[in-house]
Design a protein around this ligand. Sequence first.
Ligand code: TXE
Length: 478
Amino acid sequence: MTEIIHYQNFIANAFVPSDPSIEVRNPANNQLLARVPEASGEQVEAAIAAARHAQKNWAARPAIERAGYLRKIASKVRDNAERLAHLITAEQGKVLGLARVEVNFTADYLDYMAEWARRLEGEVLTSDRVGENIFLLRKPLGVVAGILPWNFPFFLIARKMAPALVTGNTIVIKPSEETPINCFEFARLVAETDLPPGVFNVVSGTGATVGQRLTRHAGVDLISFTGSVDTGSRIMAAAAPNITKLNLELGGKAPAIVLADADLELAVKAVTASRVINTGQVCNCAERVYVERKVADQFIEQMAASMAATRYGDPLAEDDLDMGPLINQAALDKVAQMVRTATGQGAEVVTGGAVAGKGAGFHYQPTVLAGCGSDMAIMRQEIFGPVLPIQIVEDLDEAIALANDSEYGLTSSVYTRSLSAAMRASNELDFGETYINRENFEAMQGFHAGARKSGIGGADGKHGLYEYTHTHVVYIQI
Ligand code: TXE
């Protein structure tokens, strides 16, 4: 029998005895993998206090020294890449190839953010007065609470802790209760370095308990959250009494516009990858297609063939899969219900359309729905599963209008060979990101941020880094 590991919260560089009451299961077969703690109120207090205690000295060190720790951790992540990838696949369900990409990208991201150490800059402003200098300094905010989702759980640790630490903040991370194992394993690697105690802490638990305690706490200076709109909204309410600064990435309903002059082979390949990667559980990936009527039949036929060819199952039991299970039963029920509702409203199942009978895991068939209309929930709400709804449009104008008519505004994509159509789309689409003739995947030096309910602020690159700072303007009159 496999040993069930009990993890412990990581506070001030020590794993503290905790009640391991949350079970973590493999979504591909529902097997128990580990037990993790529901942190007590005292432990959340202790983690925030440790982060607060460490912060001033941490910020006083030269940035290049802080960056050195990020590089050390990156190197440890690389040394443990294969083991970490297997753990991520086991608890989250993504295929091993993608888990390996996630681990290596995480290490690269830590190194990338470390490179900012010598590039953090303030400004010198021109004064209206004689003999006066005005300096705009960039300073750390203090203590960051990082609340993580489960879809790219390992990468999200780095996406929040790396910019936080290099700019002189300290952090308390709460992993998702669905995928905490990789975060504790990350903490083990941190513990092997000489990172000062309190700079990086992990408390695990549910959103309703530990999440709420962190977000209501007056000792937290920035809440950096990635997750659902509903939870983002609850976090805003929890942060309101303390006016705590927020950085929220709340998902998307990314439109893909396929015009009649598109390279259809490329569009089919990219949109398939977009729905299959991580079983469709990615915030930036195509969630709805608007295809021009002239090529609609051809596109739908090719999409159906491409999605139907997807190999899926239990990623640790079968080789060469494209896709694993959904994260849990609730996600499977939600996807199945959305498809049922859409077909009840007249959408046509071209391929898939059902829960896949594959043992105890949460598998859903790769699905293409044609005949969708803009009033259907499947065209408006985040599916977060391997389902692609398609709507036919007459031209680019209609496609842009429908794409913009959404509560979400994270990413969008356009397939066309016309430069002027591509330019018009980039000018008129109201989204944080637009991909032209390319797969949906953001760069670490970009800025991942959404319009409307997709969030507040953003991550990555220079602009993401500065989210973890505040400005301090100093006037010196001589
Ligand atoms: O997310 P939640 P869930 C979307 C996607 C998915 C849906 C639900 O559509 O189907 O959200 O997923 C913590 N105070 N995305 O339920 O609830 C929770 O413990 C503080 C899009 O998993 O948002 C976890 O750590 N924290 C997304 C984290 O919030 C709270 C990625 C995310 O959980 C809390 C994931 C509270 N009151 C889901 N309640 C993306 N943007 O990519 C929960 N949490």
